[in-house]
Design a protein around this ligand. Structure first.
Ligand code: AHM
Ligand code: MG
Length: 333
């Protein structure tokens, strides 16, 4: 497809080329991404329109909400209300799923409306992560159980990163394609098709301040990276940690690398920080579609059967060689 094809035309052309992108899914994706364009404009204005700072409220996870967490959540919910094909929404910011209309339709939408909340007020890249599932029984009343499907069943997943450019990454199950928001037309234009994550890398991403709390296999892996060319890995590694998963995963898609937010002993009962349904599954779908791998240490994340909407999970994703090594170290303990 020609570069700079607008997102709406891209979806139509994929359908013509034989991909499964029915009009109802196209409508949902266009409404969703149009809302992200509005959100991108608001993010860019920041303090000028009074959207920075704490909202003074807590979310379902007991985390302090930023104003932009609430604004993004409300905008996204409102932005997809007219989609006839959409039966319900689940958001990181709300406890129970919301039916759309009568709660019937072919699709379910899940999102982390504003990922990287700690970076909002310091003008560092943040984003929106989304996942689309088929509703198991489109005409039955909406239930929470409808959403509890393994990540592998996603029909589409993606993110929009609000950074130096606003970039959309999406997969409909046939590779990963990238778009950049054109400020003039207000449309996402295709910039790259078939993104591939290199199998090997010299770059890892993890919050090192948690090192003393890590499990032994993660500590072993990072220690070996740090040992560099004089150690068993026989090569020097670089480290990055943006603390916005969208931006860290975008870097992994762009130039390879491994991203980890593993379980740690700060709160042993918590299986991790990141959320399975709103972060690990959609990002895992993109990473696998780009030739990378995603695990919780032992298991492939996209095969996990979710137990709850707001479930947390240990996440290690990116270049295959590194993720396979992490899997091997976990299996050995
Ligand atoms: P959020 O969805 O509330 O913003 O939390 C998720 C974020 C991820 O984007 C990022 O990888 C992680 O939290 C950073 O956590 P930490 O501040 O512990 O490094
Ligand atoms: Mg998040």
């Amino acid at each position: 497809m020609p570069l700079k094809t607008p997102f709406r035309q891209y979806l139509g052309q994929l359908q013509l080329a034989g991909a499964s992108v029915p009009p109802g899914l196209q409508d949902l994706l266009v409404s969703l991404t149009n809302t992200c364009v509005t959100l991108s404009d608001e993010v860019a204005q920041g303090a000028l329109i009074g959207i920075l700072g704490s909202a003074g409220t807590g979310n379902v996870q007991g985390e302090v909400q930023q104003k932009l967490d609430v604004i993004a959540n409300d905008l996204l919910i409102a932005g997809v209300q007219s989609c006839q094909s959409l039966a319900g929404i689940a958001s990181e910011e709300i406890e129970d799923p919301l039916p759309v209309g009568k709660g019937v339709g072919d699709y379910l939408l899940l999102f982390d409306p504003l990922d990287g909340s700690s970076n909002i007020d310091v003008n560092v890249s943040i984003g929106t992560i989304f996942s689309i599932l088929k509703k198991p029984n489109p005409n039955a009343p909406l239930t929470t159980a409808d959403f509890l499907q393994a990540g592998r069943t996603q029909v589409a997943a993606g993110y929009v990163v609000y950074g130096p450019q606003t970039t959309l990454a999406i997969s409909l199950g046939e590779g990963v394609d990238l778009f950049t928001l054109d400020a003039v037309s207000g449309e996402f234009l295709l910039i790259k098709q078939g993104v591939q994550i290199s199998e090997s890398t010299r770059e890892f991403a993890i919050n090192m301040s948690n090192m003393r709390h890590w499990a032994a296999p993660v500590k072993r892996y990072v220690d070996e990276c740090l040992a560099g060319s004089g150690g068993v890995r026989q090569k020097d590694f670089n480290m990055r940690w943006i603390a916005s998963m969208v931006a860290d995963v975008h870097r992994v898609l762009s130039r390879g690398g491994v991203f980890m937010y593993p379980w740690d002993q700060r709160d042993p009962k918590k299986p991790g920080k990141l959320r399975l349904m709103y972060e690990a599954n959609p990002m895992g779908f993109l990473v696998e579609q780009a030739g990378g791998a995603v695990i919780n240490g032992v298991d492939t994340i996209l095969d996990l059967q979710p137990q709850g909407l707001h479930e947390r999970v240990s996440v290690m994703l990116g270049s295959k060689e590194e993720v396979n090594l992490l899997r091997q170290y976990h299996a050995a303990t």
